[in-house]
Design a protein around this ligand. Sequence first.
Ligand SMILES: *Cc1c(COP(=O)(O)O)cnc(C)c1O
Length: 417
Amino acid sequence: MSLQSVDIMLEKIILTARALVQGRAQSLEDISIHNTEKILKAFSKYRVADYYFKATTGYAYSDPGRENLDLIYAEIFGAEAALVRTQFVSGTHALAVALLGVLRAGDELISLTGQPYDTMQTIIGHKKSVSGSLVEMGVTYKQVELTEIGMVDYEAIGHAVNKNTRMVLIQRSRGYTARPSLNVAEIARICQTVKAINPDIICFVDNCYGEFTEQLEPTQVGADLMAGSLIKNPGGGLAPTGGYIVGRKSLVELASYRLTAPGLGAEMGASLGDSTRLLYQGLFLAPHVVMQAIKGAIFTAAVFNGLGYEVYPSAEAERSDIIQAITFYDEQKLTAFCQAIQRYSPVDAHALPIGGDLPGYEDSIIMAAGAFVQGASIELSADAPLREPYRAYMQGGLTYEHVLLAVSAAAKDIGAK
Ligand SMILES: *Cc1c(COP(=O)(O)O)cnc(C)c1O
């Protein structure tokens, strides 16, 4: 599509959206400059050198690339220790290893941000029984619902959390819900509230989609443990697979015993092929790539709002994750949106996404993902549960230009509300 072929109204909306992104560019750059500097300092401190990027084999004892990357993640996230591994198959796996590694039968886990992300519900196993889930293994689970407008309910937290609570779960990003993402300042306030009840309670953050959207990370403001995916923000679009856990040393160690085996922990795990270089290079690029994605999300919000649709967050809102929701109230429009994103993908542009079942998810899901790394959602992607109110969740974009082209095409296909 050439922008010339878009009708006049849409052309105006697109120009206005581009100007709005331009107006916010400098403050977004401030964040990526800060985070890039933080990463450069950590790379320098840990003397990153060419030999770190070499592949290792077998047990891979003393793999300098792996060991220093753990130290660098810990430094950047303001934590004592980290576990950064391609052996995590996904973000869900990293989150599961943290939870299953730390919690024991009889412990109480409380979600403070309502219903957790779909795949987290299976790890917890509170909705239906799942073999090997936390609940099956004797962990008690409760959740504090968000208020009607999706805000954290501090009063309810005060009633639910008690001095015997072992861990609280805080989900930063919105997931497949319309609530706001939590910013880091809010996460700090939640942690303070919990620590005032008992300083030993572990504040665990699902940080998926949040990394490098702000200058600080949750572990710098009171979170004890945190996990996320390397095919989202911190992999910078280059990490071929993997996840990370950062936090207090004793907790990261417990997680490492779950990832490998009790007693083995973090000291083994081969770095195959070119993966170590890609994790370092991806981390180096991540602050910039995250801002490309955020510019794309702001553009999308402005365009679809201009066309009369509900968007969340708004084009003007501060962001703490890279997700943009658009509500269509119409299955066909939602499908058309995902199909346009797919058509404008660098890979698999010829594929036509339709709804289907995915392991760990309850509803039928439609996904547009034409990514270089399968399922990477730091690359431009859109997905939606096929249920009312037919809301698309779009995220990622390695370049703003790509998001601009794909979203403009989607807007042209769908038209005004
Ligand atoms: C993406 C995501 C996860 C993990 O999903 P994976 O696809 O397994 O990486 C968990 N929680 C939230 C909020 C997420 O956005």
